[in-house]
Design a protein around this ligand. Structure first.
Ligand SMILES: CC(=O)SCCNC(=O)CCNC(=O)[C@H](O)C(C)(C)COP(=O)(O)OP(=O)(O)OC[C@H]1O[C@@H](n2cnc3c(N)ncnc32)[C@H](O)[C@@H]1OP(=O)(O)O
Ligand SMILES: O=C(O)CCC(=O)C(=O)O
Length: 398
């Protein structure tokens, strides 16, 4: 029985554990982000890239959306990815029909479980939810489908109802149940307590699906894993409804480095994958985006550059190469003598502090006037030695 990975809320004592499994929903919840619409070619390319990095399951679309979506699902299935391909369905026989019609073998069937969703959205009650999902899982099983079940708005549901329903779902054949924090209302401390209780009460595979409305999706996903959840639902860059989902790249790296949980993904492709998804989504990739942003391994501040030149881990949480990134030393308003000394060394120049300090002053002034870091060419101009090659220091992108 999977129990909490950390027996108490004190310092983590890591248990040997199987790798956490990733169900990536960039192609379903990710595409639900307002204004985002992937072409078939983009969906295929993203599915292939997700498969190549080793995600365990790709939630690839919603068959009920129509023939075009079903065609893409068929095409993704035809590529025979290593990852499982799952189709998102409402608890509705028509959605299951649509999934079957495009050759899907694994369906994810969703039912809202909060009274708010049941009453205000659907005009129904808990008894209806229970009957409806039971009929759907039986229907899916009769047609030979594998299936998981999603509990929409679980974070606002009565935990006792969720436990009762989850117990029944296990009896009805649901090997995995997804617990959705649909509007991102969870916080890590209550997540750990509530989800730990759930795992104890209803053993088996649980998946966390966290939204980022309060910027806590990654933290809540980690708390769920600490509480004993074995699957995480993610999207590349956290693309998704409203503020989005738990970002694949953040969750993977935080699991590996903070919780010391095995992550069997090829993380070295993260930056490439992030750029691909940002392009397809027509959304800029923020330079400071955790793990994959352009400037997250760039160091400008004097104290940091001084430290990084001696030992990179002084100011880096992990080796940038682990996510396909590169360390950059940048020049700007916050540079210090060590940075200048390092840059001069690139030209084979050694200088003492009395020469470095006026140069540093000019670096600060120029950076403030131009409101950006200095590029190699700027540095050359400051040096007044235009004939020397550009140093290997770069500014962060402006
Ligand atoms: C939290 C989430 O992310 S859930 C996933 C949400 N994703 C999407 O909605 C994106 C794709 N959606 C679509 O293409 C369309 O909404 C479709 C094809 C699913 C349905 O389209 P329509 O039939 O036109 O319905 P519409 O979108 O207006 O309303 C949703 C319908 O689904 C029903 N519904 C909502 N959730 C569920 C559920 N889990 N199980 C069963 N029925 C549900 C609603 O009652 C409503 O049905 P009604 O029209 O009979 O009242
Ligand atoms: O699959 C599910 O049940 C989760 C649906 C969803 O995207 C959500 O509730 O945020």
């Amino acid at each position: 029985m999977p129990g909490p990975r950390f027996p108490s809320s004190s310092a983590p004592t890591v248990e040997p554990a199987a790798p956490v499994r990733f169900c990536d929903t960039t192609l379903r919840d990710g595409e639900q982000a307002p204004g985002v619409a992937f072409t078939a070619a983009e969906k295929l390319a993203i599915a292939a890239a997700l498969d190549a990095i080793g995600v365990h399951q790709i939630e690839a679309g919603i068959p009920a959306m129509g023939p075009a979506e079903r065609d893409v699902l068929r095409e993704i299935l035809a590529t025979q990815p290593q990852a499982g391909v799952v189709a998102w369905c409402r608890a509705d026989r028509r959605d299951i029909d649509a999934a079957v019609s495009c050759g899907i073998v694994t369906a994810h069937l969703t039912i809202p479980v909060s009274d708010l969703h049941l009453k205000s959205k659907l005009g129904r009650d808990r008894g209806w939810a229970r009957r409806r999902i039971r009929d759907c899982v039986f229907d899916a099983a009769d047609r030979g489908l594998r299936f998981s079940v999603g509990l929409e708005d679980a974070s606002r549901a009565d935990d006792n109802f969720v436990i009762e329903l989850a117990g029944e779902l296990r009896e009805w054949g649901a090997t995995r149940i997804r617990w959705a924090d649909t509007v991102g209302l969870l916080d890590p401390v209550s997540a750990y307590t509530r989800l730990g209780r759930l795992v104890q009460a209803v053993p088996g595979e649980w998946e966390i699906h966290a939204h980022d409305d309060f910027g806590l999706a990654t933290a809540n996903t980690l708390a769920a894993v600490q509480a004993g959840f074995t699957w995480v639902s993610t999207t590349v860059l956290g693309l998704g409804e409203r503020a989005g989902n738990a970002p694949l790249e953040e969750v993977a790296m935080a699991l590996r480095h903070l919780l010391k949980v095995p992550v069997d993904l090829d993380t070295t492709s993260f930056r490439r994958l992030a750029r691909m998804v940002a392009r397809a989504a027509c959304r800029p990739l923020p330079v400071g985006k955790a793990v994959v942003g352009e400037s997250v391994f760039a160091h400008e501040s004097g104290i940091h550059v001084h430290g990084v030149l001696r030992h990179p881990s002084t100011y880096e949480p992990f080796d940038p190469a682990e996510v396909g990134g590169q360390r950059r030393l940048a020049f700007g308003k916050h540079s210090g003598r060590a940075s200048v000394r390092y840059a001069l060394a690139q030209y084979g120049i050694t200088a003492d502090d009395s020469e470095i300090e006026p140069l540093l002053e000019r670096v600060r002034t120029t950076a403030t006037q131009t409101k950006r870091g200095l590029h190699g060419r700027d540095f050359q101009e400051l040096l007044g030695r235009a004939e020397v090659p550009a140093p290997r220091v770069e500014a962060p992108p402006s």
